[in-house]
Design a protein around this ligand. Sequence first.
Ligand code: ATP
Ligand code: MG
Ligand code: MG
Ligand code: MG
Length: 562
Amino acid sequence: MRQSTYLAPTLRDIPSDAEVKSHQLMLRAGLIRQSTSGVYSFLPLGFKVLQKVEALIREEMNAAGAQEMFMPSIQPAELWQESGRWEAYGPELMRLKDRHEREFALGPTHEEVITSIVRDDIRSYKKLPMTLYQIQTKFRDERRPRFGVLRGREFLMKDAYSFDTDFEGLDESYQKMYDAYTKVFSRCALNFRAVVADSGAMGGKDTHEFMVLSNIGEDTIAYSDESDFAANIEIAPVKVQYEKPDEAPAELETVSTPGQKTIEDVAAYLDTDHTRCIKSMLFIVDEEPVLVLVRGDHEVNDVKIKHYFDAVQAELATEEETKQWLKAESGYLGPVEADKQVKIIADTAVEAMVNAVCGANEKDKHLKNVNPGRDFKAEAYTDLRNIQEGDPSPDGKGTIKFKEGIEVGHVFKLGTRYSEALGATFLDAQGKSKPMVMGSYGIGVSRTVAAIIEEHHDEDGIVWPLSVAPFHVHLVPVNIKQDAQRELADLLYDKLQSKRYDVLYDDRPERPGVKFKDADLFGLPLRITVGKKADEGIVEVKIRKTGDVLEVHTDELLETIE
Ligand code: ATP
Ligand code: MG
Ligand code: MG
Ligand code: MG
């Protein structure tokens, strides 16, 4: 690419409205221009990087067996009403009306659309599992758009959705995406960490955020050096693994609990299905209501119980809200015995659970004093919001440290939340209709570009990692009007391109100082300067990252890149 006619306008001064380095550099190096608050154009140089990151994501998604497709941004309100998110999503959802007064949303995410497609076109278990993805513009009317493309109102996302026949399948699909994300962010040369994330008001299913460690990150990660524990502190419930000790199972007392309402027996007892126990208890913990959901398959006699405890800090103040939440979350339709008068003295919902009553595999029977960790292997949730640096890690290993992070990716086990709401069912091998088990997986593509710059820059400009650099080589003749320099530069330009190097050729009749400053700002991995020794065939090669400079003969240079 010849720079003389390339749209890459650079700015000498730091734009006053850009607070963080990546935003400043993206403006100064002419990668982006703002259109309106939180809305940006990518100019050619910025767009090249975006495409490099996209290509890398595409490679890893395809390698993981995901299929690329493309969905519309304009989504009918009816779909969002079916899922219940037309109301729940709130003001972040950009809404519009057509000429017939029909309502639409500009997609902030695509669970509804993909689920409706799969609902209509997949009927049999034989087609599953399946993971679909797209790379597409998303719209969110962020309350505080800032830091350039790090938090935009229109931005590019890769979103993927997995469909499985059961939860074991979901675990596998999830792991594949988790591994693919690890590869993507490693290839982007990012210093990142996958952390346990907030599962929101939807209960405590597995979810991880991929966080780039950075001082300007808007999230705080609590982690322990002594273990794998790392979690976003914004989360109310965080999962803690309880290992089952080797000793014999404790004697558990079975109690009869038809319609019990008091905390001494069962706080709020909902349902005992023989294979899948779903109950909830509403506790008052620290003056606040906490809903604890207990579910999972269990066999009591040989104590092969796997339960999941989801403690939800209840914004679900009323019984009606609790019912609705439960219905959406578990498909449970029965009565909720939520007794807000119930008090339990416990610091965390986990402690509350320890003293609680657990489902038995017999109708109207429960086990008393079940102790996760003592009686079975369990995953429980504890509250992190008040955690401080220096506190013991919730897993008991080491102490807590804090770090800031930029969320570049997010993987989420959705379960049957959307397939049930939208009726995406399949027929299993026995011909029985079941809801598909889903996962959703996002990468902020434009945000990732900014995060890379945030990590890879110095006082002179961007320092692109080779894997995502817009061009490999910046070819800079010091004086383009000088015949020997121009001729040698022209020759190198052709030769390098014929070897598939992406070359930006600074053929502008600018002063050397201007050219070098721009070159440092652009931050291409290699700069080849053609100067005074051009008539001897000698050029200067500078490695942007290290600043190392070496003089080489063009013949030698062309040989090494053969
Ligand atoms: P955040 O917590 O930063 O608001 P989110 O949790 O709302 O992000 P997700 O719904 O998990 O975002 O979307 C998947 C990915 O899309 C995020 O991990 C992030 O990389 C990216 N993303 C989300 N919101 C924005 C935004 N406003 N601008 C740019 N990228 C975004
Ligand atoms: Mg958000
Ligand atoms: Mg988030
Ligand atoms: Mg997220």
